[in-house]
Design a protein. Structure first.
Length: 151
């Protein structure tokens, strides 16, 4: 380039340099020490995936499930809760107690394993003793209602 030609770009101008990020000190990395940048609003999904819907007969064993059983028929498997078994539990093909002490947390932890074990017993029906509807019992009853839903 000849010396008389005007310079279109100078390497010494600051306009071509990107803005520098301020240096971050280690104490600035603590939560709450710097304001967080605003986040974009969450996007709404246009439609839900077919598998993300709650299924009516989810967690269902092959055997039919009968809820709030106060009497156990001969040959049925029985899922107990607490220290008061329903009448006729002696004639059950298989019997498991979710929590002999009536602890809902213990019952919730043992629910699906107990359903699998009772289903493997070969009984056509699993009779479920009444479970309280308050607190964690509500969630247990919801799972059992899904297991009892028609398929």
């Amino acid at each position: 380039m000849p010396a008389s030609a005007p310079a279109l770009f100078s390497w010494r101008t600051r306009a071509a340099r990107p803005a520098r990020e301020p240096r971050i000190a280690p104490h600035d990395l603590r939560p709450g020490s710097r304001p967080e940048p605003p986040r974009a609003a969450p996007r709404q999904q246009a439609r839900r995936c077919a598998t993300s819907r709650p299924l009516a007969s989810h967690y269902a064993p092959r055997a039919r499930v009968r809820l709030d059983a106060v009497r156990v028929e001969p040959g049925e498997a029985v899922l107990l809760f607490g220290s008061r078994p329903p009448t006729g539990h002696e004639t059950a093909r298989a019997s498991l107690n979710l929590s002999p002490a009536g602890d809902p947390a213990e019952a919730a932890a043992r629910l699906f394993g107990a359903l699998r074990d009772l289903d493997a017993s070969g009984a056509e029906t699993i009779a479920v003793a009444p479970i309280p509807e308050d607190g964690l019992g509500e969630a247990i009853r919801d799972r059992l209602a899904r297991a009892a839903a028609p398929r």
